[in-house]
Design a protein around this ligand. Structure first.
Ligand SMILES: [Zn+2]
Ligand SMILES: [Zn+2]
Ligand SMILES: [Zn+2]
Length: 140
């Protein structure tokens, strides 16, 4: 088996298993556990190729590094933890669907929107019962 194929598969798998879109650095950390000798430059090269093939899409959140997620997830939004910077997919339906394809006063026709929620994730003590603890990366 070619080494490149294994690396590419590890990258795709890490993207699929993540709670949300990953930066190239986060992806590198996760994928290299399954792909020996995987370098950050290789991660970038694979991301470019996968994006060109339409299998991965770029996600841009304000004030954040570029992130990537598997293509085909449809219209959805993201939640970013302000403590650990993890970004999560939001499973709930779009709360702004009433703004889809409408014309606002002044003749402003809406064709799309972006929405990012910020807050504290469960691991960082987001729920009331959880006690505050420092974020631990790599915990399963
Ligand atoms: Zn967090
Ligand atoms: Zn997403
Ligand atoms: Zn929406």
């Amino acid at each position: 088996m070619q080494r490149g194929t294994a690396q590419r598969r590890a990258i795709l798998q890490a993207l699929r298993e993540a709670p949300g879109p990953l930066t190239a650095q986060e992806l590198h950390e996760l994928a290299r556990a399954d792909a020996e000798g995987l370098g950050l430059a290789t991660v970038y090269r694979n991301l470019n190729e996968l994006e060109r093939e339409g299998r991965v899409v770029e996600v841009r959140l304000p004030g954040d590094a570029r992130r990537y997620e598997p293509a085909g997830r449809g219209h959805h939004h993201h939640f970013r933890c302000v403590r650990c910077d993890t970004v999560f997919e939001l499973e709930l339906g779009c709360p702004l669907s009433m703004l889809e394809d409408v014309t606002l006063p002044g003749g402003l026709h809406v064709t799309g929107h972006e929405l990012v929620l910020f807050g504290v994730c469960d691991a960082c003590g987001g729920s009331a019962s959880a006690t505050r603890r420092d974020s631990v990366s790599g915990s399963a």
